[in-house]
Design a binder for this molecule. Structure first.
Ligand code: ZN
Ligand code: ZN
Length: 156
């Protein structure tokens, strides 16, 4: 796990360095600080959460700089921006292995589950002659900590 993490860091900084030289961007201390924070943040953090985490450690970093750096990480392919049904973008590290998401409508927590469902759907799609290049699967419901709602109350 630690090794995978270190590799993710190295890959992130390589991607940023490549993007920087291509676009003539400066390598600022603040950007490095933000990248460190973002890479260590839990998966599926919102921009607000990433800004709060950064500012807790580096109070002088502005929200706009965090926003720009997060956008840069998405442009470099280090971060993936996801939109679930709760209308707010969340970010997670790009990984070669797809996974599905479970979104709790009670507390808003997002968890991951193995992509068995997606693999199954992709297989079915293939039998229909459909070439799958990406997938997005979110299951909505209530986590163990949130009481299940009365019948039907969870539907929009
Ligand atoms: Zn919950
Ligand atoms: Zn995820």
């Amino acid at each position: 796990m630690a090794d995978a993490n270190r590799e993710a860091h190295a890959a992130a900084f390589r991607a940023i360095a490549a993007h920087r030289s291509e676009h003539g961007l400066r390598d600022t201390v603040q950007r490095r600080q933000i990248v460190e924070v973002v890479l260590q943040a839990p998966a599926h953090a919102t921009l607000e959460e990433l800004i709060a985490r950064t500012r807790a450690l580096h109070p002088r970093v502005g929200a706009t700089t965090v926003h720009r750096t997060v956008a840069l990480l998405v442009a470099c392919g280090v971060l993936v921006k996801r939109r679930f049904g709760d209308h707010c973008a969340r970010y997670e590290l790009a990984r070669p292995i797809a996974h599905d998401h479970l979104l709790c409508r009670g507390c808003g927590r997002v968890e991951e589950c193995p992509p068995a469902l997606a693999a199954d759907s992709a297989e079915r799609a293939r039998t229909l002659g459909f070439t799958v290049v990406a997938h997005e699967c979110v299951l909505y419901g209530y986590c163990a900590a949130c009481a299940p709602p009365p019948d039907g109350a969870g539907d929009p």
